[in-house]
Design a protein around this ligand. Structure first.
Ligand code: 5GP
Length: 360
């Protein structure tokens, strides 16, 4: 038994120090960067915001909106081969799309077919397993890199330097980092395993950058400021699920619900209010297992939740707010380019992050 005594930090535990800078306006900052990878010879210009490969937000519809802003989308793994081929054929911008796979033979065969039969289309792959500490993940990274040396390969999830280093040296370009931080995740509740996201980013980015790799911070974004903090801590990409869930473009029907108010109309009848929601669910939830597989295997427990989220603004507006927040952040810290954000960031450890007197 061992205990690490050092306090581990999350986004809510820090604020960022403003610095004097030569930037006069938010319009002067460059919110894209050129991504150069350790193994993949391609370069991509983008803003490293990426939607999670969850069935609600890792969709074709969401991908089209993300591409417009040079942002990324990790498609969920439940699309058929035919659907994926059609999508990547119809959209030339598929450099902003990642195709997901797990460790199942069917997943491998689907991705292998796309990479071999459509070599000029999408070649960004994400091997996604909640626990990348199992040896089969590294084996799959080695196999994919040997078979397809030019692909852009992301793999996850990890939260510690040793595994990040191991996966990058085995062939990954980007390691997806975060365990237990997701909004629809209950892993920390039912296993006790996890690590606060900011400390995860610090440690994993440091080791990844030291050997020419990158990290994608995955999960835990509550406010736009958290995206800024994630980049500030060293993340090259920031993945989000819950933050986009609830936008009208996310998969799933809009649910209409009626609530009785305390007010009466002119006839003395109680006024009802209509509110709109969307269902968002964790990909390891029992709900997801029933929907996308043949139910929950007996040896597993649900590690995800199902929630109804109030309908949000359209995704283009969410992205505009994210990019606006990022521009403002960069102006505050004097970072002219997205690439310089981590270098220009200094954190304060705080006890209180927000003034919540009128809500969050
Ligand atoms: P969010 O942005 O919603 O906070 O986090 C998104 C991330 O949560 C996903 O990219 C994925 O890593 C993680 N996630 C999604 N569904 C589940 C689930 O059912 N269980 C767990 N443990 N994590 C999940």
């Amino acid at each position: 038994m061992k205990i690490y005594e050092q306090t581990e930090l999350d986004f809510k535990d820090v604020l960022v120090k403003p610095k004097r800078s030569f930037i006069n306006s938010r319009s002067e900052v460059e919110i894209t960067r050129e991504y150069k990878f350790k193994w993949c010879p391609r370069r991509i210009i983008g803003t490293g915001v990426i939607t999670a490969n969850m069935a609600t937000v890792g969709t074709f519809e969401i991908a089209k909106h993300m591409m417009k802003q040079k942002m990324f989308c990790c498609l969920h793994k439940h699309y058929t081969l035919e659907d994926l081929v059609k999508f990547i054929t119809d959209n030339d911008c598929s450099e902003y799309v990642f195709l997901s796979m797990g460790l199942r033979d069917e997943d491998y065969e689907k991705i292998e077919t796309i990479l071999t039969q459509h070599p000029d289309k999408c070649r960004n792959i994400c091997i996604d397993v909640p626990n990348a500490y199992i040896p089969r993940v590294k084996d799959m990274v080695i196999k994919m890199r040997q078979k397809f040396p030019d692909i852009l390969l992301m793999v996850g999830n990890a939260v510690t330097a040793e595994l990040v280093e191991d996966l990058i040296l085995s062939g990954a370009d980007i390691v997806k980092c975060g365990i237990g931080s997701g909004s629809a995740c209950i892993t920390r509740r039912i296993t006790g395993v996890g690590r606060p996201q900011l400390s995860t980013i610090f440690e994993c980015a440091d080791v990844a950058h030291g050997i020419g790799g990158m990290i994608c911070s995955d999960g835990g974004i509550v406010h736009i400021g958290d995206i800024c903090k994630a980049f500030g801590a060293g993340a090259d990409m920031v993945m989000m699920g819950g933050f986009y869930a609830g936008c009208p473009e996310a998969a799933g029907d809009i649910i209409e619900k009626y609530f009785q108010t305390n007010q009466l109309d002119e006839n003395g009848k109680p006024i009802t209010e209509t509110k709109y929601f969307k269902v968002f669910y964790g990909m390891s939830s029992e709900y997801a297992q029933n929907k996308h597989y043949c139910g929950m295997p007996k040896y597993r427990a649900s590690e995800g939740r199902v929630v109804e989220i109030p309908l949000k603004e359209p995704i283009d507006k969410i992205n505009q707010d994210i990019l606006g927040g990022l521009r403002s952040y960069m102006t505050y810290i004097g970072a002219r380019r997205l690439k310089d954000v981590a270098k220009c960031t200094t954190f304060y450890r705080v006890n209180t992050q927000l003034n919540t007197v009128f809500g969050n």
